[in-house]
Design a protein around this ligand. Sequence first.
Ligand code: MN
Length: 739
Amino acid sequence: MAYTATIEEENKEITRRYKDLLKGTYQMLTTADKKVIRKAFDLAVEAHSSQRRKTGEPYIFHPIAVAKIVAYEIGLGVTSIVSALLHDVVEDTDYTLEDIEREFGETVGRIVNGLTKISRLNKEQDASIQAENFRKMLLTLNDDVRVILIKIADRLHNMQTMDAMPPHKQLKIASETLYIYAPLAHRLGLYNIKTELEDLGLKYTEPEVFKDIQGKIKESKEEQDKYIKTFSSVIENTLNKEGFEYTIKGRSKSIYSIRRKMRVQNVTYDEIYDKFAVRIIYKSKLKQEKFDAWKIYSIVTDHFQPNPTRLRDWISQPKSTGYESLHITVMGPDAHWVEVQIRSERMDEIAERGYAAHYKYKNAQEKDSGLDNWLNRLKDSLENPDVNAVDFVENFKLNLYAEEIFVFTPKGDLKAIPKNSSALDFAFSIHTEIGMKCRGAKVNGKLKPISHILKSGDQVEIITANQQKPNVRWLDFVVTARARSRIKSALKEEQKEIANEGKEILARKLRSLKLTFDERTVHELASYLKLKTSFDLFYRIGNGSIENQQLKDFAAQKNNAFFNFFKNRIKRTSNAPTTANAEEITDKFDMLVFGDDEEQLDYKFAKCCNPIPGDKVFGFLTINEGIKVHKKDCPNAVGLQAKYAYRIMKAKWIDSTQQDFRVFLHVSGSDKFGLVNQLTKVISNNMHVNIHSLNISGNQGVFDGKLTISVKNNKQLVRLINNIKKIDGIEKVDRIYKQ
Ligand code: MN
């Protein structure tokens, strides 16, 4: 529809919208407050006077609308209302930040500054830049969480008024909203806004699906109202008799969450049974709240059979967003499962408005909000510069949507951690040092490995060991962003140490080969060994995966200038991009390992799918030909897995230089004095070999030992075995495949 208002009509409308903004805000406004708001409004009107929105409407409609969302839906006070009115002034008009600060003080200045920075960041396209921006944006949370809250309001209004935009912009803004803003609103407990952002996001990313579901919800509205009436009529009498003041209403699932459910469970609209919930909101005194909730629970379940597996008590243990409610699923009228949400008016307010409402009640309630806690954790992970920005956002979102479980510390304190957290995650959630040294856990009194997945209600005691340190495999069983980023930076540290050692070793070795240790030689050697950086070279020297022979070959070749000339020519001509790419993959994943112990076994590649390094694969135990490796998406895979599940072996590609392998050795010889001592000395003198266990039985002069060690690779193992063989008294060293 074209915009055709006259100037008078327009001015009238601006005044009407402004008055509407001041009516019934969530927070009480004093006369002084209203004066500042008026001043901000006047400045914004003036500053934006020559600007129009895409719809043709005066630009000022936008800041007023954002201020209204801030005041009503989020429930913030005067500072935020003023900042919202001014949020686009510095970015879009001639006014400067200094002007704002002078007129409205430091706090408003800081918030507007934060908002201006974000709006400049958001203009980038690329996903990784986008992610980096998001991280920067979250950093402003440290300054003032109001910046983010106003930004969310800004985004909501832009989404509400996006029809006049060109489709490609709609799609981009909508995707970004689903990617970043909805999760953020969720985390800040702004339930209503999150829902609206998601629905609008769907409207522009999948318009047909959106319209379809929207239509179906409208169709079933009448039926739903009738159902809730029937439901209410059954329990009303008892509730009234008990003297409750309450309202019962139906709460429809959002379009977006219906969509998600349809997709995840692969069902049609009609097959979703919990399209709406019944909500009972009751008046209660703070002290009486919990007791009342259970009293209502008891009344509801007197009339309707509850499903015992579907009870969620968020009152005794609120979610970390501050959400409190008691949820049950009962067999309602028409033999229909329906969720019933029982909550006080206060709880309802927190659920709808989040942050602001929470702070309104905070003094009245001693429980920790969780929000401060969350902001601290967020700050923690933001401050870790080692983590890639895209990883960071993904992790962040993972943690956002992760459902929580609750576990007890040995002292009986309750801690909220994401679902599927392992004992190791829990250790990191207590303290980084405890995570780093974590060796195992006592879960409900029983010893469990660090990979053990925790369940709600578990009591967990972390066992630490001083010699313990993180290894790559740890990344396979942590789910929290905190643990993941801590392990990654520890691994990097370790790599640096090994590389530093390697650098010194290399200098020595080159000297003995009569080569100078300088940048040029290092560079040549690295490219001779097909390594990308000097760091890779130092690291591999340090962990012993480069043989002396390779260095000798390099030295010989370097002394042969003629050969060099040819080599360079060949190199220049054979630089096809496809090979480079394949090389890169093989570089990273150079070894296949099998089973939970990640053993190296003999195998062949299956001809049907010909896996290459890096593919997702599994091993299949054939009768005559040993292990055959198939791709997980091999056409034969489903059949094999269904028919011969017991012959399937887990398999994965790894980067052998990054991994430790457990190896079992059988050592025998004649039992001489000091032999054990020598044996342990040889092993620990070998770089980065760890002994896990050593069992020795001496019997009438015969020495028999079984040891478990960790090595980085086969070369290291061969060298170690040779060194052990040199010990006086050792006769035989065998690698065995069972402990
Ligand atoms: Mn704006």
